[in-house]
Design a binder for this molecule. Sequence first.
Ligand code: SAJ
Length: 437
Amino acid sequence: MKENICVVGLGYIGLPTAVILASKGYHVVGVDVSRKILDQLEQGECPIKEDGMEALVKQTMADGFFIPKDKPEPSDVFIICVPTPLTRGAGRKPRSDMSFVKKAAEAIRDQLVPGNLVILESTVPPGTIAQFLADCLRRGDLEPLTDLDLAHCPERVIPGNLLYELVNNDRIVGGHTLKAAKRAQDLYQSFALGEVIITDATTAELCKLMENTYRDVQIALANQFAKVAEGIGVDVWHATELANRHPRVNIINPGPGVGGHCIPIDPWFIVDSTDVDTGLIQEARRMNDSMPSHACNMIMMQLEKLDSPKVILLGAAYKGNVNDARESPTEAVASILTENGCKIHVVDPMVEQFSLPLSNLEDVIDGADALMLLVDHDDFLKLQPELLVDRMRNPFLLDTRGFLNMASWKSSGFKVRKLGDGRWDPRDSKGSWEMSQ
Ligand code: SAJ
C-alpha cells in the first residue's frame, strides 16, 4: 500500500512534485493558501507554463490521485515547498525570511502523528531542519526529533526545463537520522531516474546553497570580464568563445543582472550563517547587482542629447523562455531609466504578471528612441528590424544578452551596441561596430 502524501505549497516546485508523485500512484493532497491557484487547478488550468505540466495536472486530477485543497490533511508524508525570500533591513546584510516555512509547519503540526515523514524542500540556512523546523513542529505530546522522520530534499530543477530535470537530475537527500534519509530516498527514487544520494540534513542544506552560490560567482566573473572587455575595446562574447576552447575553461554569459527567486538570494543564506569572511561571495553579489545600472549607462550615453527619450525594454521575465518575472533585472533597469528622465515601455510576450504595465511592441514602437533587449526569449528572434527602423525617432538597439544578429539589425539601419562589446565608439553617431567573425 503506497503512502499518502500532503504537499504544502503548489508553486514552481510543489506542484510538479505533487503531480509527479501522483502519477506514480501515490494519493497526493496539494495544499495552497492562494485561492487563485486552487481555482485555476479546479478549472483544469495549470498555473505553471512548463512542457508537460498541464497534461500531468489534468491526468492526475482526473484519475483522482492529485487533489488540491486549502488545508493539510492527515498523511504519512508531508512535503513543504514554500518560498524562503530575503528580508532586507536597512543597514544590515539581507537575511532569510523563514515566515512561510513557519506558517507551513504550523499548518501541518496538528495533523502529525508519530512515524510521519516530514520533508522540507525549500532552500534554507544550514541547521534549519534540526532546529527551526523541529521547533515549529513541536507539540506538547509530540517531539519531532524522536517521534518524526525529518529530512531536507533541496530541489534542483531549472525553470524552463522543469519536469525533465525533476525526473532526470541526481538528487541530494539529507536526513536528520539515517532512517529519515532512507525513507525520503525511497520516495524520491520512485520517480527519479537520476540517483538519489543520502547524507545528513545540514550537509544537504549547505550543498544546495553551494550550488547556487557557485552559479552566482560564475555569472559575476562573466560580468566582470564583460566590463573589462568594454574598457579595452574587445568583444567579450568572441573572447569567451575562444577561451572556452581550453579543455578546463567554461565561462558563462554576462547580462543585465541576475534574477529569479534563487541565485540572487541563496548566497546571502551562506553569508548569514557564518562569522567566517565571505568576501568573495559578497563581491560576486555586488558585481551582479551592479549590472542593471551598467546596462542603463550604455543606453543613457547614447540618448543623452534627447529630451525625454522613449525606451522600449524587451523582456520582463528574469531569463529567457520563462514566464516568471520574480526578481527580474528589468525592474531595476526600468526604475533607473525612469529616474534619468526616460519614458519606459515594457514588452514581454511570455509574462502575464509584472510590477509595471506590459505593452505590445506594435503599440509603442512609433517615435521610440531605443530598444533594450534584456531577456533572450526565442520570440525576440522573430523581430524584423527592417519593419521597425523607420517608425522609431532614433533607431538604437542595445543587446544585453549577446542574442540578436547584430549584423542584420545594423544593415537595416539601426545603431547597435552589445553589452560586453568594447568595439564601439559612442562619439561616432553611425556606430563603428564591426563583426570580427
Ligand atoms: N544568468 C546570466 N548568465 C548566465 C546564466 C544565467 O546572467 O550565463 C542569469 C539569468 O538570466 C537569470 C539568473 O542568472 O537572471 C538565474 O538564472 P539561471 O538559469 O542561472 O538559474 P535559475 O534561477 O533559473 O535556477 C537556478 C539553478 N541552479 C543552478 O544552476 C546552480 C537551478 O538548478 C535551481 O534549481 C534553481 O536555481 C533553484 O530553484 O534554486
